[in-house]
Design a protein around this ligand. Structure first.
Ligand SMILES: *[C@@H]1O[C@H](CO)[C@@H](O)[C@H](O)[C@H]1NC(C)=O
Ligand SMILES: *[C@@H]1O[C@H](CO)[C@@H](O)[C@H](O)[C@H]1NC(C)=O
Length: 234
């Protein structure tokens, strides 16, 4: 009996080994560029407060959390730096396609990505599970292609359409998913400041909430002379 179990285990292991190289080859990690969409490009130094937001474009809580975060980012200007990561949740049927659309339009510039993200937040009901129950996968991709073109400009329709046929954009979206889960993020929205998770992640933080997190950090930095060595990230 033991022998048979051992044989089964070995066979299973060999089968697993045989399958895994394909998976590894198709998604080379680490990716060539750090995951995420940078909200505003400005110089960053060691005093810049880094905010990371993990969003699902078809998640209502992500939608609700965006306006106060955006207001806070605008208030703090160059003192903060925002990176948005995507976590397409598996129980939101169209989250992966929506996230892929964000990667596709990102080739037009981060501006386009944030315009589309806001467009999703505004009309995301169209892509909820119940509303797309009778739609095929192809229907959903076609709808999202049209939807994204409305957001970034109809002249980009063909670019977006061909983006959905480009395996690279699929892989980029997978990297986003893997990155988010590798950080231990399992719900959206989730927020980190300077690499540390905020206590009430998973729900919206209002503008005063953001102020109460960030004001003390700026206060604690005191009058440190900014380092002269800047590095530029985009
Ligand atoms: C982003 O969009 C804003 C508003 O449409 C525009 O003023 C700005 O120049 C754009 N930036 C880039 C880099 O395209
Ligand atoms: C899906 O199809 C069923 C059966 O035709 C219909 O009753 C239902 O209203 C449809 N749902 C949507 C969201 O279109």
């Amino acid at each position: 009996m033991q022998g048979i179990h051992l044989l089964e285990s070995v066979l299973f292991f060999l089968l697993f080994l045989n399958l895994s190289p394909g998976t590894v080859r198709s998604q080379s990690l680490p990716p060539p560029r750090y995951d995420g969409f940078v909200y505003s490009n400005h110089e960053v130094d060691s005093n810049t407060i880094m905010i990371e937001a993990f969003f699902d474009p078809v998640c209502p809580d992500s939608r609700d959390s965006w306006p106060p975060l955006k207001q806070a980012i605008e208030y703090y200007g160059s003192r903060v730096w925002l990176v948005v990561h995507l976590l397409p949740l598996p129980y939101h049927d169209n989250a992966f396609v929506a996230s892929r659309a964000l990667h596709i339009v990102n080739t037009l510039g981060t501006n386009a990505t944030f315009r589309l993200l806001e467009w999703f937040f505004k009309y995301q009901e169209k892509f909820y599970n119940a509303q797309t129950l009778n739609m095929s996968k192809v229907d959903v991709v076609n709808e999202i292609t049209k939807f994204a073109a409305e957001a970034v400009g109809n002249s980009y329709y063909c670019t977006i359409e061909s983006g959905f046929n480009d395996r690279k954009t699929d892989l980029q979206t997978r990297v986003s998913f893997k990155y988010s889960t590798s950080r231990g993020v399992y719900g959206t929205p989730s927020f980190y400041i300077n690499g540390f998770s905020l206590p009430d992640s998973g729900s919206s933080i209002d503008y005063n909430g953001w102020r109460s997190f960030i004001d003390p950090l700026i206060g604690a930095q005191g009058n440190n002379v900014k380092k002269s060595t800047h590095f530029f990230l985009r």
